[in-house]
Design a protein around this ligand. Sequence first.
Ligand code: DAH
Length: 352
Amino acid sequence: MQDQLNALRLEAENAISVAKTTSDLDETEVRYLGRKGRLTDMLKMLSGVSAEERPKLGALANDIKRQLEIMLASRRKQLEEEQYSKLSETERADVTEPGNRPPEGHLHPMTKAINEITEIFERIGFVRTRYPEVDWDFYAFESLNMPKDHPARDEWETFFMDAPVSKKGKMVLTPHTSNSQVRELERGEFPVRMINIAKCYRRQIDATHVPMFHQFEGLYVDKGVSIAHLRGVLDYFAQEFFGPERKTRLRPYHFRFTEPSFEIDITCGVCGGTGISAEKQKCKMCKRGWLELGGAGMVHPNVLKAGGVDPKKYSGFAFGWGVERTYSMKGGLNLDDIRILYKNDLRFLKQF
Ligand code: DAH
């Protein structure tokens, strides 16, 4: 059997070296090493050999198998290289032929909105800042004139962190961007002209809420800042972001951290502020001609104090609006379910 194996090896080695094409080589491989190949047959016959001889013959057969596999691989490589070099004699690459364009993506609509908002405020001297999105209770609530037991804290539906409590209280996932106000005031540089755009988190999920969303927070503090400045800045933003035909109004409201406080409304982009649709019906988008944008007001003296600022010397205004909400009011983009923004559904995202 040893002689038979050695003879088979010679025969197979010869067949490999005379193969002219890779398909010849494939046939050779099947003939010797395939499931019904000749070497495989011999390996099967080993069970009939005496127990002393079996290990030696088995080792020899496996050794032959391994060597043939190595030879096959190197001959295959050689044949392929030959084939390729011949190809270049008969074929030429046409470098003028148009290539295949790689698929091109674009920024997420919310990233675009954030960039646009940043640029508008930068044009009038505001500076984009970054503050923690996981912050202490002190910055998220307490310093904003919301004492410990104030019911507003429950309404925020806040995510509290399971982390050690410090002098500044528990850690929370910021439920709004207003945590940036006192952090910015603590820097002690005037005038303050901050635009802070960040992620916010609340325990809410339905067609108009997502647990992670974005807000942009403006803060302007200097000597002699008045409501007229607030109006001027917000009108500038509204005209740049929504278009010159849109108008804003201030509506009295209540926030703990501003006094007086307002909600800012903008004329509806669908009905042009009339409340009546083109079909002479109540406008489906706004019903009354106005859409609610977000909150604003004159910074409360207690907030200035919490940031180490003397309210007798300085005054300021602040505003905080949702990016998703503000964006969806642009040009009447009426998202009936805002969760779609974060579902990674390309059919939706590709439209922007
Ligand atoms: N933080 C408020 C919210 O999340 C929004 C807000 C209202 C921010 C009035 C302000 C402000 O800076 O002055 O609902």
